[in-house]
Design a protein around this ligand. Structure first.
Ligand SMILES: [Zn+2]
Ligand SMILES: [Zn+2]
Length: 297
């Protein structure tokens, strides 16, 4: 059965005039909208002037007309650049990180300079969600550029004093990453549970499962002595409900030879502690070479 809304019955010319007076129109799924299930509903409910059903009605397209003088709907500010280094961060960028107040930084600054902590509010920095292409015209990104370089020494100090009052995987993993980046060995070791277990793959003598914090720390010390490591950058941090992983770039050195490679640490986390770790290498053969026995060529 076909339904016609009052608007659909208005003469075409009148409809033209009427729509030219409104700031914008949007198409959305009518079923969702009419039963309040649309995410736009709370914002748009009071601003709808008319609904018109397209023909045939089973396509269920609705025209939303928004009052011209209405204030902008509340929405996330998609700022155009990194507050610290001023790098461009267009709305489509997947390199933008924000805090809950929308302070915005590029991935490079967020991960490697700021330790995923906002220098302004000391809240977490997280990847900025994107906005659907179809909504960018009516809900455009911000054009206001905030460029306010961070005092990194002061930030490191504030960050160290910042309490992390959550035992879930994300904060625990970030605490570990920050301790590593700042070279705080005591804080780093404080992230491990007593039962901490380390899994190395490959064919070196270090390959295998090392159970307990004592065995794990001994192996960590041994591999770092044999082929000294330098953390060059943290490239990706991924967090799930029971653990997380991060990818980093490191330089390994031994006997005048050096190599840079990407490595992934995957952690099982519970109760605010790292319980088990698996190390995945960009090139296991290269790592095995650096981890060879003294007697091997
Ligand atoms: Zn930046
Ligand atoms: Zn902030």
């Amino acid at each position: 059965m076909r339904r016609r809304s009052p608007v659909a019955q208005v003469a075409a010319a009148e409809w033209e005039t009427w729509t030219s007076n409104v700031r914008s129109t949007q198409r959305t799924n009518a079923t969702k909208l009419l039963n309040g299930g649309s995410v736009l509903w709370p914002v748009l409910r009071s601003r709808i002037r008319a609904l018109a059903f397209a023909e045939p009605v089973h396509e269920l397209v609705v025209e939303l007309a928004i009052e011209p003088r209405m204030k902008e709907p509340e929405m996330l500010e998609l700022r155009p650049g990194c507050e610290h280094c001023d790098a461009d961060l267009p709305a489509s960028s997947n390199r933008a990180y924000i805090c809950s107040f929308e302070c915005t930084f590029c991935a490079q600054c967020a991960m490697n300079l700021l330790g995923l902590v906002c220098p302004n509010c000391l809240g977490d920095l997280a990847p900025r969600p994107n906005r659907s292409e179809t909504l960018l015209a009516s809900s455009p990104p911000s054009r206001v550029r905030v460029h306010k370089p961070v005092d990194l020494d002061r930030h490191a100090q504030l960050r160290a004093e910042r309490p992390i009052d959550n035992e879930s995987a994300g904060p625990t993993l970030l605490r570990y990453v920050r301790a590593w980046q700042s070279g705080d060995l005591a804080a780093l070791i404080g992230c491990y549970d007593e039962s901490f277990t380390l899994n190395y793959f490959g064919a070196s003598e270090f390959a295998g499962r090392h159970v307990g914090i004592g065995a794990s720390l001994a192996i960590l010390a041994e591999v770092s002595t044999r082929a000294p490591r330098t953390l060059l950058s943290v490239d990706e941090v991924l967090v799930g409900p029971e653990g997380g992983q991060f990818m980093f770039t490191e330089r390994l050195e031994r006997d005048g030879e050096s190599a840079e490679l990407k490595r992934v640490l995957r952690f099982h986390i519970s109760g605010g502690f790292l319980r088990e770790c698996w190390l995945y290498e960009e090139s296991q053969a290269l790592v095995d070479h650096f981890w060879r026995r003294e007697s091997e060529a």
